[in-house]
Design a protein around this ligand. Structure first.
Ligand code: PMT
Length: 323
């Protein structure tokens, strides 16, 4: 295989992937993202946790949008709330990983999941002209959120990067993967974001707000190329890769997850159904499937707790087998 160029492409990059990246609007904060990633990876490359070299996971979270106009007024979106990604990030940090949290702007954030929707207005009260205090009912959650988030940021183990569109998401995923390549098998990708399957290519997108009044809107969407093979073959070939498969039809779920496992050579595919995704997932692997369930005896238990334990275990075995 030819060496990748600066963007991570090799000459044999499939035409649909090349054309997606060539026509995507460039990232506005490209230089800043590269700088943050470089610092983060350098810091964690040489650091250790419990006597072992630190592992780094990229957790993707929330859903991507598909703009319908260049000066975007309307867009296609999906349901993903980012809860899975935010919860998983907390458990990876607890397990000693450094986390690049690639998330959709304004979705769930690590450590803030148990706060009310409008935390500033609901958690605090003005007690005198110069004093604001935390409402006693929210004191524990606020204290934990602040101290655990602060610890992760000051220890340099949490890097948050945000996206909105599918163009931003896939360009950022590529930058992250290329910067994590040097970590070899210590790198992991945990792709929980719901990525748009169809998009309007930038060059055929309306420049201004689409006008109504001339009958039905006729719009042709192109298929977003799957990037999983690029990730596995070119961007970060040694990394441990986990993708997700979401379906609403139970009959299709495991078959499609198994297909993704083989087609994209993933180490794991986590299969979940829309209505039960917070209660149960099936981890599909070449060695067999494992069902993971939330501990229903505890009201606040997360399914991500046992799930991340299983993943950390399998990642350890993978690192040993590769070294
Ligand atoms: O955020 P929550 O509300 O908590 O919900 C979590 C979740 C249900 C969204 C999550 O658990 C989940 O299932 N995420 C993946 C859903 C999905 O979009 O699957 P998919 O079939 O479109 O994609 C499968 C995999 O291919 C994904 O890992 C995706 O990152 C990857 N992909 C998808 C499209 C594309 N063009 N390139 C890709 O690499």
């Amino acid at each position: 295989m030819d060496a990748p160029n600066g963007l991570g492409f090799v000459d044999e990059t499939p035409a649909d992937i090349k054309s997606f990246f060539d026509s995507a609007p460039p990232l506005k904060n490209d230089a800043e993202i590269r700088r943050k990633l470089k610092e983060f990876i350098e810091r964690n490359h040489s650091s250790s946790e419990n006597g072992r070299a630190r592992r780094v996971v990229c957790v993707t979270s929330g859903g991507t949008t598909v703009p319908l106009e260049k000066r975007c007024v309307r867009y296609i979106d999906n349901f993903a709330s980012g809860h899975r990604g935010a919860a998983s990030t907390e458990y990876f940090l607890k397990a000693g990983y450094a986390v690049v949290f690639l998330h959709r702007r304004r979705t769930y954030q690590p450590y803030c999941r148990s706060l009310p929707e409008d935390p500033l207005l609901e958690c605090f009260e003005v007690t005198s002209e110069s004093n604001i205090t935390v409402q006693p009912t929210h004191a524990k959650a606020v204290k934990e959120a602040i101290s655990e988030h602060h610890a992760a940021v000051t220890q340099g183990t949490l890097l948050k990067l945000s996206f909105t569109t599918v163009f931003e998401y896939l360009q950022m995923l590529q930058l992250i993967a290329l910067s994590m390549r040097s970590l070899g098998p210590r790198a992991m990708f945990y792709l929980a974001a719901a990525v748009s399957d169809f998009y309007v290519p930038w060059e055929s997108m309306a420049a201004h707000k689409i006008q109504s009044g001339s009958g039905p809107l006729d719009m042709r969407l192109a298929e977003v190329p799957k990037m999983l093979s690029m990730l596995r073959k070119v961007w970060a070939p040694m990394a441990f890769c986990i993708s997700f498969k979401l379906e609403t039809d139970t009959k299709l779920l495991l078959e499609k997850a198994d297909m993704a496992l083989r087609k994209y050579n993933m180490h794991m595919v986590i299969a979940n159904e829309l209505i039960t995704h917070k209660e149960e997932v099936v981890v599909v692997m070449k060695s067999g499937n494992i069902t993971v369930r939330r501990d229903k005896t505890q009201a606040t238990a997360d399914i991500e707790d046992p799930l991340i334990k299983l993943i950390v275990d399998r990642h350890s075995a993978y690192i040993s087998s590769e070294s």
